[in-house]
Design a protein around this ligand. Sequence first.
Ligand code: OGA
Ligand code: NI
Length: 367
Amino acid sequence: MEETAGWPEPVVRVQSLSESGAATIPDRYVKPVDDRPSPSDCCSSSDAASSTDGGTVIPVVDLSSADAARAVSEACREWGFFQAVNHGVPLELLRRARAAWRGFFRLPLELKQRHENSPATYEGYGSRLGVEPGAVLDWGDYYFLHLRPPSALSPDDKWPLVPPDLREATEEYGREVAALCERLLAAMSCGLGVGEKRLQEEFGGAEGAGVCVRVNYYPRCPQPELTLGLSSHSDPGGMTVLLADERVRGLQVRARGGGGGWMTVDPVADAFIVNVGDQIQVLTNATYRSVEHRVTANAGAERLSIAAFYNPRSDLPLAPMPELVSPPGRPPLYRPMTFDEYRLYIRRKGPRGKSQVESLKADDGDR
Ligand code: OGA
Ligand code: NI
């Protein structure tokens, strides 16, 4: 019998499919027609710019400016996505973290396989989200680790030993990104007209908040027009700080105002791409909203991104903050749920647009 480590079927590494040199992708990765990228979006590497809606771009916020807090809250209110420049995280650390993880993904498959993950915690080397047998899969492998709170830190056996610098660089990266998220959360709080510490309190304080990383590795794909590197989803947690690949594009954000369009993000050098997650949407009673995003695959180049998730303490029931609720005009839009319960959904079903936060809508049928 094949080893599945708790997955419903044997796990196939996308990297091994890519390196097999096959000219076509297995049926399991072929998306329904409506979910496929538009041809102009999936076949560019660093050179050809493209965006389905004619070039709209997400805001760039200079975190060193006097006006930064207002700009952050405005970007969260209007877009749910922005690029942060002059963020204060040492650029040398960004380079170290990227280099370490590139080194890891370049190791022979057998070495990476030692850290194979399972759907129980997702920590380790993975190639799918969701456990439904027969699901259509995404063209990407990843590595997932918990960094905070200290009680949740991934155990030693979940950490790669090679490259030797990987663990220290990742832990240091996690500390820096956590400090950045604390600042961003204060700015978001101010913009709500509540005290600057309120969102952080709802997260269980700086000590209670969770930090985890998902390093995404998208190998070259022979048929990028048929699949996605990562299907449309909103991030389930509090907020996400993404270090995108400096050379290869791929992240697309759902265009504002519906219409189903996707805009390709053009990463600013050394910037972080920050986005609002579902828990901030719930806490702010949808003043700030999470936004659907996805990743296209690429025929010409592999792509690496490091997503750090800053999450509320996982055992607190989260609901819209009382200051932002005043029935009947402004009823609470969501019913309370802990983040532990909430994240089981994406772990069971995989990425599914914004269906989960929608399913948390308080029943207003009898109002
Ligand atoms: C994620 C994500 C985007 C990317 O990991 O949740 O949206 O560009 N990643 O890899
Ligand atoms: Ni995401």
